[in-house]
Design a protein around this ligand. Structure first.
Ligand code: AMP
Ligand code: GLY
Length: 432
């Protein structure tokens, strides 16, 4: 079949790499893609929110499946758009419709959803400018740290953790009165701070059945030792040593099952990925957030461990036959290290020439492009997160060492990356 992948990051390059391996895939396109996807598929210069251009392209190229990477088009209703057009509705869209994507699109909705279905999460309350005074009082009576979240999509920047009540109150006013996060912050969820270790768990859902993918851990802070501002993700590992079977069983019973059943009960036919951002608190999982898509850079370590023909799995997801699929995963560990631009996550320059890509020879290493673009024969930086280097290893340490060795070979002016991805987990498992 002809397949279109929507997006342009490391996640989408990884999906391109995996889908390209399937004998079921005939022609493969990526909109808009990057310099990495251009090596495997045809890049199409259409933005992820331009539904009518995407629709026309699908008609022109006889596309049968669209795999949606990022949240923005999902929350904006890409699936509803395709399903609402007679000449597009036959196309399988991998991703939820607007009703399902609201799990990520509104934190207020997702908190209420979790409350309705008894899914463990931080206690919270939602405020708007109409009840700002109540919100300020709520903060006065709450312990610190305290967490404030813009309700809507804010490109990963909508969460503020305040160490003092004064700071929290100023932030609440900024969000509600000064529109600090635009419309996304017109409602603010205030919630208790969860103290534990984060872990990402993903499922594929066809609305009736689901498959659990291997867990991963993402490293969000820019600096080593988890310091400095949050980024989109500086690296990831899979599997996660502390996520033993007992913990994963709890995740399935207390979180995954009630979520899938809750969606069904509420009449939400969810076809797509669900990303559970979890906190492990003394062995018990709590939901920090839902995302309606795969994570980035978690995809760069999870998908390389999947042994199945991915298109077969995606087809089963669209046909509601996931119950017929047995998934198998590579036993090896995978670690990915994100190479980022100088200055990221603050201001950074684009357009720097990347060198050394042709010098990568380790067969256990996969180089996924995130923010790159082609200019003649040159590959240039084109974003804050530039290249995700994934390596397999017999253990996490070996995978990390291999990824770092390749991270040294690829270079441009101002390249930065974290050398400590996964190391906290090594000392943690040694302490167990
Ligand atoms: P999000 O944008 O929802 O992924 O949140 C960004 C980050 O904020 C998460 O990855 C967590 O590290 C942190 N966070 C969010 N909610 C909480 C919470 N209730 N307690 C502690 N940390 C949180
Ligand atoms: N790695 C976190 C995310 O994709 O949101």
């Amino acid at each position: 079949m002809n397949i279109l992948i929507v997006g342009s990051g490391g996640r989408e390059h990884t999906l391109t790499w995996k889908i390209k391996q399937s004998p079921l895939c005939k022609n493969l396109y990526v909109a808009p893609g990057n310099a990495g996807t251009a090596l495997l598929a045809e890049n199409v210069n259409i933005g992820v929110e331009d539904f009518s251009a995407l629709g026309n392209f699908c008609k022109e190229k006889n596309i049968e499946m669209v795999v949606v990477g990022p949240e923005v088009p999902l929350v904006a209703g890409i699936k509803d758009y395709f399903k609402g057009k007679d000449d597009l509705k036959h196309i399988a869209i991998i991703g939820p419709d607007k009703k399902g994507a609201i799990l990520e699109g509104s934190k207020d909705f997702s908190k209420d959803f979790m409350a309705r279905h008894n899914i463990p999460t931080a206690a919270s309350k939602t405020f708007t400018s109409a009840n700002l005074e109540e919100g300020l009082q709520y903060i006065d009576n709450h312990s610190v740290p305290i967490v404030l979240k813009a309700d809507g999509l804010a490109a990963g920047k909508g969460v503020v953790i305040s160490e003092t009540r004064e700071d929290a109150k100023a932030t609440l006013k900024d969000m509600l009165l000064e529109s600090k996060f635009g419309n996304a912050g017109s409602k603010v969820v205030i919630e208790e701070f969860l103290n534990g270790i984060e872990i990402s768990v993903f499922i594929l859902s066809d609305g009736d059945n689901y498959i659990v993918l291997p867990a991963a851990k993402d490293y969000k802070r820019i600096g080593e030792g988890d310091t400095g501002p949050n980024t989109g993700g500086m690296g990831a590992v899979s599997p996660v040593p502390f996520a033993n079977q007992q913990f994963l069983d709890k995740v399935e019973e207390k979180i995954i099952k009630p979520t899938v059943e809750g969606l069904k009960k509420e009449g939400i036919d969810y076809t797509g990925f669900i990303f559970f951002g979890l906190m492990n608190i003394k062995g018990d999982p709590y939901v920090i957030e839902y995302n309606a898509r795969l994570g980035d850079p978690e995809t760069e370590v999870i998908i390389p461990r999947l042994k199945n023909d991915f298109v077969e799995v995606l087809k089963a997801m669209a046909n509601k036959t996931l119950n017929n699929i047995q998934v198998a995963f590579d036993e090896r560990h995978a670690s990915t290290v994100m190479l980022v631009a100088e200055g990221y996550p603050g201001d950074y320059e684009k357009g720097r020439r990347i060198q050394g890509l042709d010098k990568v020879t380790d067969k256990d290493v996969l180089v996924f492009h995130a923010g790159t673009k082609l200019s003649g024969d040159d590959v240039l930086t084109n974003g804050g997160r530039v290249i995700s280097v994934t390596a397999y290893g017999d253990n996490m340490k070996q995978a990390l060492e291999k990824a770092k060795a390749t991270a040294e070979i690829i270079d441009w002016k101002g390249k930065n990356y974290r050398k400590d991805i996964g190391l906290d987990l090594l000392s943690l498992s040694a302490a167990e």
